[in-house]
Every structure is written in C-alpha cells, then in structure tokens.
Design a protein around this ligand. Sequence first.
Ligand code: THU
Length: 137
Amino acid sequence: MNRERLIEMAFAARENAYTPYSHFRVGAALLCKNGKIYTGCNIENAAYSVANCAERTALFKAVSEGEREFEAIAVVGSLEGEENRIITAPCGVCRQALYEFGGDDLLVIMAKSPKDYVERRLGDLLTLGFGPANLDK
Ligand code: THU
C-alpha cells in the first residue's frame, strides 16, 4: 500500500470541503481491497447537524458504487488557513460507519503531511465495536 499517495489524495479531496460554518476542512481517501480509491470531503449545512464528515462521504460514495471491502483510509484536516497543526482522528459516528465494512482491521491513517502521520487499526479506535457479527442469527 502506498500511504503517501493515499494521503495526497486526501489532501486533494480536502480542496472541495464545503465548510462555511466551522471553517474546518477535512479530506479522506478510502482504499478498497481491489485497489480502487474513493475520496471525500466534509459537507456542511445551514442546519448544522446535517453536516457530513469527509470519511463518511468517501465511504458512502464507495459503498454506493458496489464496494464492500476496504483496506485503509487516510484522513487530513485543519482549520482554514492553518497547516495541519494536529492530526484529525475520525469522529465516533465515522468510526462506527467504517466498522460496518472495515471491521477491526481497517487501517486508519491520520496525517499532517504525506510523510508525517499516525496510524491505528480501527479496532484500536473503536474497541469492542458493535458490528454485523452481533446480528448474526
Ligand atoms: N469532520 C470531519 O469531516 N471528519 C472528522 O473526522 C472530524 C470532523 C468535520 C465535520 C464538520 O464539518 C467539521 O469537521 C467540524 O466538526
């Protein structure tokens, strides 16, 4: 897996972030097990709670195109005009959304730059996650 490329794609996706309210811009790039990459940005709304995070934008784009198996996701975020001071870790809702398809093994790459990042398995970010296995009959 080419982490640098995935992170660069997350930065490119962040260019499209629609953030007139928080001015916090996030980009994500989701790598499928088949090698395809889907990107996403956060999309806010005048009704604030309707905002969609970058991670879920990428995930929903991918799933709606038929993808179900994922290997890694790169996430970058920063306030407008500020350069990636700290890493952006996926919010709780995004962790749960990703868990549905990525499970414990999904690699989450949280980057300040293509060469400066922290990575964790989703199972470490969402311990004892509730997923499809819980509903197995
Ligand atoms: N946001 C994301 O897109 N991903 C994250 O991991 C954290 C938060 C967005 C939601 C909202 O548009 C803005 O960042 C501020 O919370």
